[in-house]
Design a protein around this ligand. Structure first.
Ligand code: UD1
Ligand code: MG
Length: 458
């Protein structure tokens, strides 16, 4: 079948996004934890393209480092924005001799899915079309290009709204923006386009009428308009974020995760949560979080870069930061912050604690207000707490320091040296009790005040 022909992809990411009012080009703005461009790259990755090319604007170069999905991509820069056709021409050197078909898509449409793209590609190849576009019908065609069909429902032209006659504007069939063409045909036709139109731009859409003039086969594939929603403003970015969040939540719930108020839970594209874990309201996930099965993530907790085992309880109001590793059956309670720390199975930090740069042994118990003092103003230092150790409330562990297995630190201690296993240590001051002293003290204060009041009246 023709559907096994090689596929190449061009992603247009050169837009500045003026309406975003941002120093950062729009396709590098993030939704659900990754940039718009990365969402499109992820959708395209599922198509396993032979060649992948991204056209960026001059402002984009500084933002490409570290983007996931760009590893295999070639890049060209469109120095002047002279239209969508001109943008695709920037891919010519990379794709001119590519086999099979080339798919063109926009980097500002992050909702597009692999599945929908696959169907578009398969239908086009099966139809043996030379040039294909996605279309949808709407009662509000607004600025979309209007698609003109011949009696056999093959497109003869796409007319941009700016260039359309009143009759053409009345057409409700719109160009969705995705284009698929035989690679050689694509660049041959683009070479014939000009900028003699209302926008003074080279339109990729002009290849449709040029294809017809060359007796090539054109095709319009109906596409779900909601998957083509573009981002041009912060409000549209928020709308797209909402759709992505809904998708991510549904996927987790389908996989056996309970959310008591799903609409209040913020997920990241890579959040992984095990079956039978319960997520209470207002829990936030940044990038790089994995949570095991049967956990309880209580209300208002915040996760980023954390690995959580099974049957772990976190929160309410806990914050797990980069490098947190919680083994099975760990308990982290309210107002606890953890960073770059490993808590072994069954360890507990139930309330008001900071654990940073630390190794905490199995079943160790950190009392309320335990603080690892990891930072001396210049360097970070490590704290090691042994298995079964008990740290009394309001203790400061001044790193680098280690507490041996089973050691007991008395409440209110400030620990500055290593404590051996099974030792008891307290560093609090001695307690002095003076019976009746409080009343004598108040009496003295009252008489001083009375003298002052009398002298001020004189
Ligand atoms: C385009 C189509 C229109 C279609 C609509 C769907 C053209 C001429 N028109 O119009 O038929 O209905 O999409 O959304 O193609 N870009 C560049 N460099 C440029 C110009 C654009 O990289 O010089 C990128 C933009 O960043 C954007 C995409 O191409 O991501 C589309 O450009 P845009 O100006 O939004 O085209 P529309 O006017 O929406
Ligand atoms: Mg647009």
């Amino acid at each position: 079948m023709t559907s096994s022909l090689p596929l190449n992809v061009v992603i247009l990411a050169a837009g500045k996004g003026t309406r975003m009012k941002s120093a950062v080009p729009k396709v590098f703005h993030a939704a659900a934890g990754r940039s718009l461009l990365e969402w499109v790259l992820a959708a395209v990755e599922g198509l396993a393209p032979e060649r992948l090319h991204v056209v960026i604007g001059p402002e984009g170069e500084d933002h490409l480092a570290g983007l996931s999905g760009m590893e295999r991509a070639t890049v060209s820069v469109q120095h002047e924005r002279k239209g969508t056709g001109h943008a695709v021409m920037q891919a010519q050197d990379a794709l001119r001799d590519a086999l099979g078909y080339t798919l063109v898509l926009y980097a500002d449409t992050p909702l597009v899915t692999t599945q929908a793209l696959r169907a578009f590609v398969d239908d086009t190849m099966a139809d043996d079309a030379d040039v294909a576009m996605t279309v949808f019908e709407t009662d509000h065609p607004a600025r979309y290009g209007r698609v003109i069909l011949d009696p056999g429902n093959r497109p003869t032209a796409i007319i941009e709204a700016k260039d359309a006659t009143p009759e053409q504007l009345a057409v409700r069939l719109c160009n969705g923006g995705l284009m698929l063409a035989r690679s050689t045909v694509l660049f041959d036709l683009l070479a014939q386009t000009d900028d003699k139109n209302a926008a003074g731009e080279f339109y990729i859409t002009d290849i449709v009428s040029l294809a017809r003039a060359a007796n090539l086969r054109t095709r319009a594939s109906v596409f779900d308009q909601s998957l083509l929603a573009g981002v041009n403003s912060r409000a549209e970015l928020a709308a797209v974020e909402g759709v992505l969040q809904t998708r991510l939540r549904s996927a987790l719930m389908d996989a056996g995760v309970t959310m008591t108020a799903p609409e209040t839970v913020t997920l990241c594209h890579d959040t992984r949560i095990g079956q039978d874990t319960v997520i209470e309201p207002n829990v936030f996930f940044g990038p790089g979080v994995t949570v095991g099965t049967k956990c309880r993530l209580r209300a208002g907790s915040y996760f980023e870069g954390a690995q959580v085992g099974e049957e772990v309880i976190v929160g309410p109001m806990a914050r797990l930061r980069e490098g947190t590793v919680l083994d099975d059956a760990v308990k982290v309670g309210n107002f606890v912050e953890i960073k770059k720390a490993h808590l072994a199975p069954g360890a507990k930090a139930p309330h008001l604690t900071y654990v940073g740069d630390a190794e905490v042994g199995a079943k160790a118990n950190l009392g309320a207000g335990t603080i690892t003092c990891n930072y001396d103003g210049v360097n970070k230092h490590q704290t090691v707490i042994g298995a079964g150790a008990f740290i009394g409330s309001n203790s400061a562990l001044v790193a680098p320091v280690s507490i041996g297995d089973g050691a007991l630190v008395g409440a209110g201690s400030t620990i500055t040296e290593d404590i051996p296993a099974d030792a008891i240590v307290t560093t609090r001051g001695t307690t002095k009790i003076k019976p009746g002293a409080a009343e004598r003290y108040r009496e003295r204060l009252r008489s001083i005040k009375a003298r002052k009041d009398a002298s001020s009246k004189r």
